[in-house]
Design a protein around this ligand. Sequence first.
Ligand code: ADP
Ligand code: MG
Length: 225
Amino acid sequence: MTQLTLALSKGRIFDDTLPLLRAAGIEVLEDPEKTRKLILPTNQPDVRVVLVRASDVPTYVQFGGADVGVAGLDVVLEHELGPYGGGEGGASLLRPIDLGIARCRLSVATRADFDYAAAVRQGARIRVATKYTQLARQHFADKGVHVDLIKLYGSMELAPLTGLADAIVDLVSTGSTLKANHLVEVEDILPVSAHLVVNPGAAKLKRVRLQPLMDAFRRALAAST
Ligand code: ADP
Ligand code: MG
């Protein structure tokens, strides 16, 4: 029997993927918030879920630690632009379905008293803190804006408040986190939702098992819109 391994991250991606799995007849048998296990069985003996960090999902899928995964477009594109990515040669992962879940956007935000438009107009060097250094580099290069990028792993909102940076590139959904920290969104970079990502080899070798899963996802998405 062909084993199918699905990489998910805990939290909103896991929670929002569960209904789609259910529509495909797959029930995850343990709750990731209650177990310390990293490999979760499902009611389908040939399907298991592995829990990884959100930004590790593309790496697991690309190198075959998982056959498929669910990851935000932010994470997928950052991966493709990074050292493991397909670069100019094309994608290292297949991305067959936009699942429409975990929707948010990647944006530039600054302190309310920082005049971003003026800084851009004057050609000033802007210090930008972000977890998304590749996407940020590409965005500002496309705009012809000079930036010094500072890599952070979390709490990006703190950077402009402490003087570490003039701006951040981060995910925004409602904007309430920015607001609570007196930051304003000054530019939209990318609309984000979570996508199904597939290992290209698995797409061929496990097509018989993968196809019904993808068909069920597509039917569930069509039914919910
Ligand atoms: P982590 O903190 O480990 O990155 P999250 O659950 O916060 O995990 O984020 C996982 C993915 O969910 C992100 O890569 C993004 O695609 C999406 N996401 C992040 N923040 C939000 C948000 N506020 N609203 C909706 N989706 C989000
Ligand atoms: Mg988070």
